[in-house]
Ligand binder design. Sequence first.
Ligand SMILES: C[S@@+](CC[C@H](N)C(=O)[O-])C[C@H]1O[C@@H](n2cnc3c(N)ncnc32)[C@H](O)[C@@H]1O
Length: 236
Amino acid sequence: MLSRRLKMCCAAIGSDMVQDQETTKTARRYDRISRFYDWMEILPECFYGPWRKQAWVGIDGKKILEIGVGTGKNLTYHPQAASVTGIDLSERMLSRAREMAQAMSNPARLLQMDAQELQFGADAFDAAVGTFVFCSVPDPITGLQEVKRVVKPGGRVVLLEHVRSSNLILGKLMDWLDPFVVRMMGPHINRDPIANVKNSGLLIEDIRGLDNIGIFKLVQARVPEEREGEGAMKHG
Ligand SMILES: C[S@@+](CC[C@H](N)C(=O)[O-])C[C@H]1O[C@@H](n2cnc3c(N)ncnc32)[C@H](O)[C@@H]1O
């Protein structure tokens, strides 16, 4: 019995260590590509720009969280009446975002932080937005659960994500390319973010396909009105 518990304990510590290592690697990768990131994205941004705008439509409330703010490509869409806090794992991506914010006189608070371990209290935000972020977060479900914790019950969570293609050949190609893309650039290209959102306990309200090849999705989700355990307490 004791040895089984010990084994389980060691396995848990081992998996935490692996995740910490992955998080450090992710931060390093984005630090490394921060100088080229905006250049690499010039062409895709022709599509991403209008999708980003859609992601921010209807985001209201006083306090908004942007997860994985990167080099600040969404700063231009931040609602002016809100106080926006942007977080990112990579200090170098953030420093680009800070320069951009300064140039635009955008007062967003930009903080280095791990989405898997947000340093905010529960219900600190009215809504949250993340664009192309949970493809890179080592444990996306933990990250999404953290978002669920810091956004108020009923608050909106909007995500722009890419998914593994359901096309047999394209899907396999994405599986094959995934390790190279991760090592070179950071994001996983064969994840199932929709399943991750569901598994985090967020409620999906809408999934909009944005392209003709079924890869880019705009996901509208909401934090459940009742926190886990609250219903049981209220209803005895
Ligand atoms: C593909 S970039 C997207 C940046 C930006 N949202 C955009 O749309 O251009 C992914 C970003 O997620 C950040 N990121 C990855 N893992 C993270 C984590 N665990 N916590 C916070 N940010 C993370 C990376 O540092 C990077 O800036």
